[in-house]
Design a protein around this ligand. Structure first.
Ligand SMILES: *Cc1c(COP(=O)(O)O)cnc(C)c1O
Length: 378
C-alpha cells in the first residue's frame, strides 16, 4: 500500500513551468496555490534548476559540522534579509521542524515552559508544532502532543495580555493566519504582542512560513507592521521546491540555545536552491511585484463579486495571499475550479478559497483566475 495518508486529486501532474502545471494528458493548469506556496518563483525556475545541477555535481552532501561555502552564503543572506538584527540562523528540512526549533530555543533561552498560541493557528504536524496548531481533527487522534500550550483568540489584545506572564517562554503568531482562513492581524495587535512579550521577558515568534519571502508585499509580513520578533520561521517557498526550513533568532535566543541538531541541516544542494531563490526574489523585486499584482487581483475579484452578484462573503488578505470566503463551501468550489476551469487553488478551512500563486504571475493570470471564479460561482 502506498500514499495512504494523502487524499490524492484526480489529476496526474507530469511537468511544470512558471505558474503552469501540465498533466500527463497534456492539459495545462494555472497553479494559483503554487503547490502550497512552494513554487514562489513558479515551477522549474531556470535559476534554481541550474543552481541545483551545479551544486549536485560538485558536492551533494557533507555533514553540517563542516562549513561549506553555499551554506555560509545562505546564513549570511538570511541574516542580511531578516527583519531587525535577527542574525542567527538554524536550518532544517520543513516548516514544522523550524517551529519545533523555535519552541526549543525559546524554552531554553527563557528557562520557561509555557507557550501561547492562537485559535485557528496552523504551525505544523509534528507533535511539538501540532500542540500549537488549533484544529482538533489534526491533533486529537495523536494525543498526547507537547504540553504547556495555552490558546487565545487571534487578534484579541486583552486575552493576550492576560495569557502572557513571567512563566511564558514564547508567543507564536502568524502575521496572517493561512490555513485558518486568511485572517490578517492588525499592525496594532502585532505591536501589542511585541510590547507584552518584551515586558514579560518572553520570546515573540512569527511563523512566516506562508507569509514570508515576499508574498505579502514585503520580504516578511511583519515588516508591513514594522514589528520585529525574536524568532522568525520560514519554509515553504524558500528553496522553490526543495525541502528547507529556517529558524532565524535574535542574539539572546541563540546565546541561550541548548543542544539541537539534524543530519540534513543545510545540505549543500538545498542551500544552493535557496540562494538562487532569494537572489531572484530580491533582484526582481518580487515583493513589490506581489503587492501590485495582489492589489489588482483583489480589486478585480471584488469587482466581479459586485458585478455578477457572486455568492461571496469577503475577499481578504495581503499581496498574493488572498482568501475568498464563499457561501457554498470551499471544497466544492475548488473541485469545479480545477476540473472545469483548470485553475488550481487551496482551501483555508471549510469556507475559504485560498490563492497563493507564484510571485511572478502578471495581471493576465489574475484575470484568468477572476474569470474562473466568476464562471464557477455564477
Ligand atoms: C505549511 C505551514 C507550516 C508547516 O510547514 P511544513 O513544511 O508542512 O511542515 C507551518 N506554519 C505555517 C504558517 C504553514 O503555512
Amino acid at each position: 500500500m502506498s500514499g495512504f495518508v494523502f487524499n490524492e486529486k484526480p489529476i496526474a501532474i507530469e511537468s511544470g513551468e512558471g505558474p503552469y502545471l501540465y498533466a500527463d494528458d497534456g492539459t495545462e493548469y494555472l497553479d494559483f496555490g503554487a503547490s502550497y506556496a512552494v513554487a514562489a518563483l513558479g515551477h522549474s525556475h531556470p535559476a534554481v534548476t541550474s543552481a541545483i545541477q551545479e551544486q549536485a555535481a560538485k558536492l551533494t552532501y557533507v555533514q553540517a559540522s563542516y562549513p561549506v561555502e553555499v551554506r555560509t552564503e545562505l546564513y549570511e543572506k538570511l541574516a542580511t534579509l531578516a527583519p531587525g538584527d535577527i542574525s542567527n540562523v538554524w536550518l532544517c528540512n520543513s516548516g514544522t521542524e523550524a517551529n519545533e526549533a523555535a519552541m526549543k530555543f525559546a524554552r531554553s533561552a527563557t528557562g520557561r515552559q509555557k507557550i501561547v498560541a492562537t485559535k485557528r493557528a496552523f504551525h505544523g504536524r509534528t507533535l511539538g508544532s501540532l500542540a500549537l496548531t488549533w484544529k482538533q481533527k489534526y491533533k486529537k487522534p495523536y494525543e498526547p502532543v507537547a504540553g504547556g500550550v495555552e490558546f487565545v483568540s487571534y487578534g484579541d489584545e486583552e486575552e493576550l495580555a492576560e495569557a502572557v506572564d513571567d512563566e511564558t517562554a514564547a508567543v507564536f503568531l502568524e502575521p496572517i493566519q493561512g490555513e485558518g482562513g486568511i485572517n490578517p492581524a492588525t499592525a496594532e495587535y502585532l505591536q501589542t504582542a511585541r510590547d507584552l512579550t518584551e515586558d514579560a521577558g518572553a520570546a515573540l515568534v512569527f511563523d512566516e512560513i506562508q507569509t514570508g519571502i515576499g508574498r505579502t508585499g514585503s520580504l516578511w509580513a511583519c515588516e508591513n507592521a514594522g514589528v520585529v520578533p525574536d524568532i522568525l520561521t520560514s519554509a515553504k517557498g524558500i528553496a522553490n521546491g526543495l525541502p528547507l526550513g529556517a529558524t532565524l533568532c535574535a542574539d539572546w535566543i541563540a546565546d541561550g540555545a541548548a543542544s539541537h541538531g539534524s543530519t540534513f541541516s543545510g545540505g549543500p544542494v538545498v542551500c544552493a536552491a535557496a540562494n538562487a531563490t532569494l537572489d531572484t526574489i530580491v533582484e526582481e523585486d518580487l515583493p513589490g511585484h506581489a503587492a501590485a499584482v495582489g492589489d489588482y487581483l483583489t480589486t478585480e475579484l471584488e469587482a466581479a463579486v459586485e458585478e455578477h452578484d457572486l455568492p461571496v462573503r469577503e475577499v481578504r488578505g495581503d499581496g498574493l495571499m488572498v482568501g475568498v470566503e464563499v457561501k457554498r463551501g470551499a471544497n466544492r468550489t475548488l473541485k469545479h475550479l480545477a476540473l472545469s476551469e483548470q485553475l488550481l487553488a487551496l482551501p483555508a478551512g471549510r469556507t475559504v478559497v485560498r490563492f497563493l500563486p507564484p510571485l511572478v504571475i502578471d495581471e493576465e493570470h489574475a484575470d484568468r483566475a477572476v474569470d474562473a471564479m466568476t464562471n464557477v460561482l455564477s
